[in-house]
Write a protein of this length. Structure first.
Length: 99
């Protein structure tokens, strides 16, 4: 186990060093700024989908999917974050109680 931890630590450090060695011209480009702005959104969306629609290695449509649909609907209506979370929780709980 320790070799894996050490290899992971070295890899993370090397990746950080690689980031510091990128020329300033590349970092200041419009394309790099757009990617840096949109990448967290894409990663969060992927995380939400994988956590909501899968169990282990299997695709699962259950109450979590209903909560996700409710959250997307609230977001489309520009509801505040706390209202969005509350609606998603209520829909998920209601679907779990119903099924």
């Amino acid at each position: 186990m320790w070799p894996v931890v050490i290899a992971g630590s070295i890899s993370c450090y090397a990746l950080k060093l690689l980031g510091f060695s990128v020329p300033r011209q590349i970092l200041d480009s419009e394309r790099a700024r757009n990617v840096a702005a949109l990448l967290p959104v894409a990663l969060l969306a992927a995380l939400a989908l994988t956590q909501s629609l899968s169990t282990g290695h299997h695709l699962t449509l259950d109450a979590r999917a209903g909560g996700l649909v409710a959250a997307v609907a609230c977001t489309a209506k520009r509801a505040p974050f706390l209202i969005t979370v509350a609606v998603a929780v209520a829909v998920t709980a209601g679907l779990r109680a119903w099924t």
